[in-house]
Design a binder for this molecule. Structure first.
Ligand code: HMG
Length: 390
């Protein structure tokens, strides 16, 4: 039976910082961020936006198209959790008014978490083809101010509806995957910003890509040329170019000219360049960007997906784009959301960065900023209070 992604919806915050502004303040050439990292803007969440509001806003357009009672599995991948015990999935479950007959849990393994959710959901849908699973990935990427990671910050959420006979992408059963205990990026419980060995992390990303690809190649007998497009986890979009070239080298294919690399990966980079790293959502943000923006009709074509989560987990897999997929995308919504964001000054960005949801145990009401379809209203008796904005 065919299983895979039936609908895909993306959400980011309504505010951004232009990286040219950050470069000027940091005394760095703007080209370093634009060309060297492949990033243009970073999404900045206001105080009343968090992973719950982002994920619920990503999922809402999907819910409007289906019978919510069909969802019996809700898996939420994140490394920006809002509670040490309660799953963020349950806040979203409530906001979306899902059926009580539903398993709802949170999954953690850095940026790989949503892929773990996806793979579990695919196996579950195989067993329950009349049901659907909702897989969410949402994160707020934070590094220390002035650190090399700072220009790669961002935030966003992805919602994937997983079903039998999906309308967008049938996922292939063969995958290559890799687990290894490495300290390339992590965030101890007492920190709000990640610790990272940046250069090392990119080396681990690329070496686990090669190992996962080799396994995938053995399992499928496919070659790089069998993959019409390649989507990657995108901590910064320049890494996708390096990853694709690395796969060519592994296959002993001469490095393709820039326009060929652009054809293979260019459209998949469009959204991430504008949001920055969205961790668990990042790979699927790039899938959404590809399907929304590739000028060619990809119906019947096989695309690859590479997921990487520091720590680390990696997985290389693929899927076949379904005929008629363009009729089932939220492309207009995605483009409008990115186009209508408000630009922050550097001072505003730093103020928002330094703001933290109060941890004093008191009651608080939060001022309303521009958010998606939901917002964090406040905290009362240690309980986070969420509400719809419309
Ligand atoms: P850096 O210190 O900015 O690195 O840190 P750099 O000085 O080498 O510069 C970066 C690139 O800009 C280089 O290109 C420079 O040449 C170029 P390359 O040599 O690599 O091809 N450059 C310029 N280009 C044009 N004009 C100029 C110019 N100047 C320099 N004037 C680093 C970069 C990525 C290490 C840093 O941003 C960082 O630490 N980022 C955070 C970690 C990260 O993103 N790691 C990625 C792999 S790990 C991962 O993906 C997992 C993650 O998403 C977390 C999770 O799993 O949850 C992070």
């Amino acid at each position: 039976m065919n299983v895979g992604i039936d609908l895909i919806s993306f959400q980011t915050s309504q505010y951004f910082l232009d990286l040219a502004t950050l470069a000027q303040v940091r005394g760095v050439e703007a080209e370093k961020y634009r060309a060297g990292l492949g990033q243009e803007r970073m999404a900045v969440p206001p105080p009343d936006e968090d992973i719950v509001t982002l994920a619920a806003s990503a999922a809402k357009p999907i819910m409007e198209k289906i019978n919510s009672n069909d969802i019996e599995l809700l898996l939420f991948g994140t490394e920006s959790g809002v509670d040490q015990s309660k799953a963020a999935a349950l806040f979203v479950h409530g906001l979306l008014n899902l059926s009580k007959r539903c398993r709802a849990v949170e999954i953690k393994e850095a940026c790989y978490a949503a892929t773990a959710g996806l793979q579990l959901a695919l196996a579950w849908v195989q067993q329950h083809p009349d049901k659907k699973a909702l897989v969410l990935g949402a994160d707020i990427a934070r590094y220390d101010l002035g650190s090399p990671g700072e220009p790669t910050q961002g935030c966003g959420a992805i919602a994937l509806l997983i079903s039998a006979n999906p309308r967008l992408l049938v996922l292939d059963p063969e995958t290559g995957f890799h687990a290894e205990n490495v300290m390339d990026f992590w965030r101890p419980n007492y920190r709000t910003e990640a610790l990272v060995d940046g250069k090392y992390s990119t080396l681990v990303y690329l070496s686990t890509l090669v190992d996962s690809w080799r396994q995938y190649r053995v399992a499928t007998g496919r070659k790089l040329g069998d993959l019409a497009r390649s989507c990657f986890h995108l901590p910064f979009t320049r890494l996708a170019e390096k990853a694709y070239v690395r796969l060519c080298r592994e296959e002993k294919i001469p490095e393709p000219p820039p326009d060929e690399i652009q054809r293979k990966i260019g459209p998949s980079l469009l959204y991430n360049r504008q949001t920055g790293n969205t961790y668990a959502a990042s790979l699927y943000e790039s899938v959404a960007a590809l399907l929304d923006n590739d000028p060619e009709d990809l119906s019947g074509q096989r695309i690859s997906l590479f997921s990487y989560g520091s720590g680390c987990m990696a997985e290389f897999f693929s899927g076949v784009v379904q005929p008629g997929y363009r009729e089932h995308l939220f492309a207009e919504r995605h483009r409008r959301m990115l186009a209508e964001r408000t630009e922050l000054t550097y001072r505003q960005y730093e103020d928002v960065f330094r703001y933290h949801v109060p941890a004093d145990g008191g009651d608080h009401v939060f001022a309303p900023y521009r958010t998606g379809l939901y917002r964090l209203q406040g905290i009362k008796q240690h309980v986070r209070l969420y509400a719809a904005t419309t």
